[in-house]
Design a protein. Sequence first.
Length: 375
Amino acid sequence: MQQPKYFIGLMSGTSADGVDAALIKSSNHEIQLIDFISTELPTQLKQSLLKLNANPNIHLEEFCSLHKKVADSFISATQALLSQNTIKIEKITAIGSHGQTIYHAPDLPMTLQIGHPAFIAKNTGITTVADFRVDDMALGGQGAPFAPAFHKALFSQENPCFVVNIGGIANVSCLPGKQDNQKIIGWDTGPGNSLMDEVCHTELNIPYDPSGKNARQGNIHNKLLNEMLKHPYFLANYPKSTGRDTFHAKWVKTLLSNLNIEMSAIDLLATLCELTALSIAQQIKSVKYSSKDMLPLKVWVVGGGAYNDYLLERLQLHLKSYSVASSQLIDINPSAVEAMMCAWLAEQRLNNKPVELASVTGAKRNAVLGGTWHP
Ligand SMILES: Nc1ncnc2c1ncn2[C@@H]1O[C@H](COP(=O)(O)OP(=O)(O)O)[C@@H](O)[C@H]1O
Ligand SMILES: [Mg+2]
């Protein structure tokens, strides 16, 4: 029997809502979450990062400063995780750090995550693996989404199933059953919480809509919804990935002004919530399987969107023949999945194991992902 190994995963997603840190135990291909913490980003840093989504122009000095500040936040998150746990640092094999994406351009092709791993390794004293996405892009892949390969491992008891991660952007994994010889597929479906969060922030002075209670009170504006659904991204086939530089508040504002629509913040929130639910549902329903019996009918939701009860209700309504639920129902913490993935990616890297993503991202082959920084 293989000795269990411990890894820490660090993640800050497109929502820039905070740094998530997960401690996992890995033994015999089983992954167990031991501890988890979500730490806030300093307000100023969060604002600077969100500003970059709408306007990705930056002075090199500011860029370098952000690179270091994000690393500092990742170091603090690691320290907070370690201080609430009794595990000794020597027991931890490595950290897997995703960093903060500030630019993602598969057509270029280039993707940029900041929070330099050298600072993380030297300040925590733990080997740090990072820069996972660019390896996939160098092989012609989208560099995203990466979650499907990890979802396959984490949800192995549930396959076949869909896993939908609703962060700032939403992505879906379609996981075949054990006897099924289909490959895993997955792609970004478009906006998750990001457009709703922006309305909450600017119009309601709250960071997000708790449980979707505000959206629930609004009326869906069908004309706006149908216009938004015409965005070419929704209609494109996978492999595909997107970011907040494509789906942002300015895009919504322009549509509102072109269509001459005036509406309340609550109605806008309801319409944006419906956009997220409907775009995910339509793309799940578009998956073709060679045999109908193999089609996954369970949809597990992870990411912060799993706490939006109204969004989940709308998703279930549009996916009538499927069963939609938060992964909490099977004891998988929806908030921790992405950080757990980063820990798992570090383990794959140290074992020089290619990650099964070519069928998802369109890369020429499965690749060993990430570089290693020593303490
Ligand atoms: N209780 C809740 N009710 C509704 N939405 C929530 C709740 N908790 C978190 N969220 C949403 O989840 C988002 C964060 O999700 P997360 O998975 O961390 O995204 P990312 O990976 O983009 O950082 C928040 O910005 C918010 O929109
Ligand atoms: Mg987050």
